[in-house]
Design a protein around this ligand. Structure first.
Ligand code: ASP
Length: 461
């Protein structure tokens, strides 16, 4: 039976079977050492000339070959203990070995952190890049964060519900990725920029508390740590006010960090709150970095930004929303919205949570009355026809007894990036695109063959 390398500590004096990759090999004349690696850690394996068959194979081994080994776990003498690996107090004396796979020489170092290697090579050979300890640890952390949030929200009565990927364009301020329809010539699906409309429709449907780890797609020009697809922790709740959603999220973030990243310190609890105006006046940004010591890698300074203006002027002096057209105004501005008065003074229920200078998430209480949503679109200058075509389904749904509701979405990749002390979200995604939106491993985007284009009723211009 297979034993994980880290478990071999519990088998001192016994014969066990391990599986893994050759991390490194050291030939000391008579004795050959290899470090064997599996997901759980490394162990030093010793080949002695008296176990002849195994020894002969050991002479040929190279890095990244995959092995099955049988051997005896021995304690190391005191002066040979290696504190840098979890199995540093033991080693395994090899009795039998089987090579399960040989490996070509990898295009780069796997035992390093990888920061020194160019991005293009790393993403092209991502399956090798992920073998490095740092990347494996990032995947483990990501798994733990997701699991914690899932369990926590389950305890709070939330249902995890999936929403479609083939959908219709949502106005969230970015360009859509579109998918041509074969069955309906000239028609397209859009990939969701967020599940905003579906999650609100789930509230109309009486689901009351929804969440999802939602893949979101935004066709934006290359910008720093943006990715064309990323993951949001998306939630929505019925019968709540702004304070309820903020309180739940603050509690969740605090518990998450104390459980999953206990080395981190949260600078201030409750999270400080700034109005948009205050933030802009004091810090010239709506995602200020409030850390008192910016060199402390374990310091997390969360803050909420509230009281954003609902609308802003476009260059052509028409109005657009600052965050989300589905947001409700703060209750005291409701009449102004419906009457289109003093539009620039209307504040929204939007709340953003910022962390160490990054926008971590944002959400709002929604317009659950169709006339309020309609007023938003009218202010933006949409014609009755455009409102009907793009949002008729939402306005209709809202007219069948909609509970007041609100929610939030966190940039999950960003949160994990900050917890992992990484500088880029690509470091915490298994298969990211390059900074210029390519997948060099699969070779996408790529051309379609003539037959596919024809089926999709497309001509390339
Ligand atoms: N859908 C919003 C976004 O993607 C988040 C929300 O308001 O819940 O930013």
């Amino acid at each position: 039976m297979r034993i994980e390398i880290k478990e071999s500590l519990n088998h001192i004096g016994e014969e066990i079977t391990l599986y893994g990759w050759v991390d490194s090999r050291r030939d000391h004349g008579k004795i050959i050492f290899i470090d064997l690696r599996d997901r759980s850690g490394l162990i030093q394996a010793v080949f002695l000339p008296n176990h002849k068959e195994a020894y002969v194979i050991a002479e040929k081994l190279r890095s990244e070959w995959v092995l099955k080994i049988k051997g005896k776990v021995n304690s190391r003498p005191g002066n040979m203990i290696n504190d840098r690996i979890i199995t540093g107090k033991i080693e395994i004396e090899i009795l039998e070995i089987e090579v399960l796979s040989e490996a070509k020489t990898p295009p780069f170092e796997i035992s390093s952190t990888g920061y020194e290697i160019g991005e293009e090579t790393r993403v092209k050979y991502r399956y090798l890049d992920l073998r490095r300890e740092r990347m494996k640890d990032n995947m483990v952390l990501r798994h733990k964060v997701v699991k914690f949030v899932r369990d926590y929200l389950d305890q709070e009565g939330f249902l995890e519900i999936e929403t479609p990927i083939l959908t219709k364009s949502t106005p969230e301020g970015a360009r859509d990725y579109v998918v041509p329809s074969r069955l309906y010539p000239g028609n397209f699906y859009a990939l969701p920029q967020s599940p905003q409309q579906y999650k609100q429709l789930l509230m109309v449907a009486g689901m009351e508390k929804y969440f999802q780890f939602a893949r979101c797609f935004r066709d934006e020009d290359t910008r720093g740590d943006r990715q064309p697809e990323f993951t949001q922790m998306d939630l929505e709740m019925s019968f709540v006010e702004r304070e309820d959603v903020m309180a739940l999220n603050e509690k969740l973030l605090i518990s998450l960090i104390s459980k999953i990243a206990p080395e981190k310190k949260i600078q201030e609890i409750p999270f400080p709150r700034l109005s948009y105006q205050e933030a802009m006046e004091k810090y010239q940004t709506d995602k200020p970095d409030l850390r008192k010591d910016k060199n402390d890698k374990d310091l997390l300074a969360f803050c909420w930004i509230i009281d954003f203006p609902f609308f802003k002027k476009n260059d052509d002096s028409s109005w657009t929303f600052t965050h989300n057209p589905f947001s409700a105004p703060k209750p005291e501005y409701y009449d102004q919205l419906i009457k289109y008065e003093d539009i620039e003074k209307i504040l929204t229920t939007q709340y953003d949570v910022a962390l160490n200078g990054y926008e971590l998430g944002g959400g709002s209480i929604r317009n659950h009355k169709p006339e309020a949503l309609k007023a938003v679109f009218k202010i933006m200058g949409y014609s009755a026809e455009r409102i009907e075509n793009n949002f008729g389904h939402m306005l209709e749904a809202l007219s069948y007894g909609t509970p007041p509701h609100g929610g939030i979405a966190w940039g999950l990749d960003r949160l994990i990036m900050l917890l992992a002390n990484e500088a880029n979200i690509r470091e915490v995604m298994a298969f990211p695109k390059t900074g210029d939106s390519r997948d060099l491993m699969m070779g996408s985007p790529s051309e379609l063959d003539a037959k596919q284009l024809k089926e999709l009723h497309l001509k390339i211009n």
